[in-house]
Each structure stands twice: as C-alpha cells, then as structure tokens.
Design a protein around this ligand. Structure first.
Ligand code: PLP
Length: 382
C-alpha cells in the first residue's frame, strides 16, 4: 500500500528557476531525461567557444587541461572521492565498455544485473563469453536485496546495477548490494546516472567499487560528459584493453612503442573529452554546488510527494516505491495512451515523457507545486 501524506511544499530553491530560461516558454518536468539548460552552463559554453576562436590550439595546454582537472576534482568532491579516483568519458556505455575490456572473467564468469537497470548495462556483457544473470523485479519498481544474495556466488565477477532505477525512481539499497557482492569476492558497479545531483552520493559510505554518473540529467551538464569513480583499493587489477593516449602516464611523450597506463583512475580514460560538454557541465555544477545537494534532495522530495499526493487525490495511483525515503523525482502516472497525453501536454506547454503504460513526470528543484497542479488539470480534465 502506497503511503501518501499531503506535503507542504516549501521549495527554498525555487528562486533558481530564473536561471533556467526554458521556464519562460514552458513548464519543464522531464529532468530524468535531460536536465534543463541553465544560464551558467550556457555562459561556460560561450566562453569555451570564444577561447577556441581567439586562441585556437593554444587552449590545449592551459585552459583545456585545467578544465579537465577541475571537472575531475569537482566530480570527485560531489561523490566523496579523490580526484585520482575519477575518470572522464563521453557516455556511460563508453565507461562500461572500457571496464568490460579489463575485467578478468576467466575464473569468475557470472555477471549479475537486473531487468530494471538501463539496458546498456546488460548489453555490455551479453555479447561476451560470460554468464549474464538478469534478475526479475517482482513489482516493476525495485529488486529486493535477497534476490541479489541468491544470485551472487563464488563464480560472480561483478554485480552491476543502478542506484536509482530509471523506470520507477526507486532508490536501491546500494550498501547492502555491495555487501552481497563483496562477501562473494565480487566487485560492485553502480550506475548512478539517475542519482548523483538529485540525491547525496557518498561512494565511500556506499562501499562500491565502481560508480558511474554524468551531466545529462540531474547534474545539469547536458550530453557528452560522464564520469567513473574507480575505488583505488579494489579496482587496481582492472587494466583496460580498450584504451588510448589519455590513459598513458606519459601522454605527451608520444612514444608509439611503449604503453604505461596510469595507476590511478585515468587509466579508464581513452581520448580527448568533448570540451564544450565539459564546459556546460562545469556551469551545471556551479548551480548544483551553490544550491547544495542536500537542499536539492529536500526540495525535490517535497515536490515528488506533492505530485504523488495530488495525483492520488484525483484517482491516479503513481507507480513509485512504497516509502517516501526510497522515492525520487521520477513519477510514473499510469495512462492508457501515454503518447497521446504527452503530445497534448506539449501543446499546452508541459514537457514530460511517455513510457509504456505511463506518463513520466520528473520534477526537480526548479519546479514549484503549481507546475504539478496545472499539469494534472490538463492531463486529467481532457
Ligand atoms: C540510468 C541510465 N544509465 C545509462 C543511460 C545511458 O547512458 P549513455 O547513453 O551515456 O550510455 C541512461 C539514459 O540516458 C540512464 O538513464
């Protein structure tokens, strides 16, 4: 039974809305797909373009290098990791590929993942000569830790799952899942693309070996920039075979005959990151850091509860986790024809998305409770 309490929405961060010009034209409620563009992100990108124009390749040696180091360090601070435990890549799939190229599965052939993880997680392993166990969810919302415990054995190399499930918004008990993996001698990889930014993340407290996230959604950085946390103490044996000059510790020696990878997380990097995306992410982080992740979680949680309660009061029972503490800014509203609903909402100026059987509504700290009420009026009063 879903616990829903009317929730007074006091969004102490609502003043940030003015930094997101999309709200001049529309009500944006789709952050789990793509975070809204902020003025600080646009300014950083414009500065990067100006520097490209004014200084050309000279940017490589100072501005670009400094931006990459700044981003590794700020991503590290965000998840309580050191800069040396952070690698930059263009996509989550790219990171998974690099890890997959270095993980030794000779004696441990089992990879445990779930049907609620973004499919690019299992796709990484399905073409390989390993045993992929895809756990089923009993309720389409989460996978109980006991199921991981039953599937993880002495043959298991890796447990790979999500911090926040992209289909339901449910927060998984990552610490308990990591414990299951470690007891069996396996590593634990967490896809945190739907988590970092909207909920606090402390990779040390979670006790995970790999943690992946990036700019696209809750970190307000746009596409083309993601990061990997690789725990120094447990992932040292993983030396990628898919690699490049950014992984070489003498990168600028240009020596084609010898390859010596970094022994820190940079060995998971490959080639030149997209500097425009790095710039937009630095601007997005300006906002996230100034607002504060704890305050963002409080505001987003209050908005999420308000949306769920408002829908419930109108007879729509959201598909979300049973307890508020496990819910996030991804709210699935069951609908017969979600695509038609989304098109109708778009015409009325509301940006949401459709998933099979559901309209997906995704509030963030720049939303206000009136956004929900106005949305529900258009959605339900047709
Ligand atoms: C949880 C999660 N993981 C991974 C991805 C895909 O990542 P990428 O396109 O960077 O490989 C998505 C969606 O964009 C996602 O929601």
């Amino acid at each position: 039974m879903l616990a829903v309490a009317p929730h007074p929405v006091i969004n102490s961060l609502a003043h940030w809305r003015g930094e997101f010009p999309v709200f001049d034209r529309a009500v944006y409620l789709n952050s789990c797909s793509l975070g809204a563009l902020s003025r600080p992100a646009r300014r950083r990108v414009e500065r990067c373009l100006d520097q490209w124009d004014e200084r050309g390749a000279a940017n490589w040696y100072d501005v670009w290098w400094a931006a990459l180091e700044e981003l590794r360090s700020r991503y590290g601070r965000l998840v309580n990791a050191s800069t040396g435990e952070i690698a930059l890549q263009a996509s989550i799939s790219g990171i998974l590929g690099v890890i997959g190229s270095g993980l030794d599965t000779t004696h441990r052939r089992r990879i445990v993942t779930t049907e609620l993880d973004f499919p690019t997680v299992p796709y990484q392993w399905l073409p390989k000569d390993v045993e992929v166990v895809v756990l089923k969810s009993p309720d389409d919302i989460a996978v109980p830790v006991e199921q991981f415990a039953r599937a993880v054995n002495a043959e298991t190399a890796l447990v790979a799952t999500s911090h926040v499930c992209f289909t339901s918004g449910a927060i998984q008990d990552v610490h308990a899942i990591a414990d299951v993996a470690h007891r069996a001698g396996a590593l634990c990889l967490i896809d945190g693309y739907q988590a970092a930014g909207q909920i606090p993340v402390d990779v040390r407290a979670l006790d995970v070996d790999f943690y992946l996230s990036g700019g696209l959604k809750w970190l307000l950085g746009g596409s083309g920039i993601t990061f990997l946390y690789a725990r120094a103490g447990t992932t040292g044996d993983v030396v990628p075979q898919a690699t490049g000059w950014f992984a070489h510790r003498e990168q600028f020696a240009f020596d084609p005959a010898h390859f010596t990878p970094y022994d820190d997380a940079r060995r998971f990097e490959t080639g030149t990151p997209a500097l425009l995306s790095v710039s937009s992410q630095l601007g997005g982080l300006d906002v996230i850091e100034a607002a504060g992740v704890a305050a963002i979680r409080a505001a987003t949680s209050a908005l999420t509860e308000d949306l769920i309660a408002a829908a419930e009061s109108r007879g729509v029972h959201a598909k979300v986790a049973a307890n508020a503490a496990e819910r996030t800014g991804i709210v699935m509203l069951p609908r017969i024809d979600p695509r038609a609903d989304v098109a109708r909402l778009a015409e009325a100026g509301f940006i949401v998305d459709a998933r099979p059987g559901h309209v997906r509504v995704s509030p963030y700290f720049y939303n206000v409770a009136d956004d929900h009420r106005a949305l529900l009026e258009v959605l339900l009063d047709a």
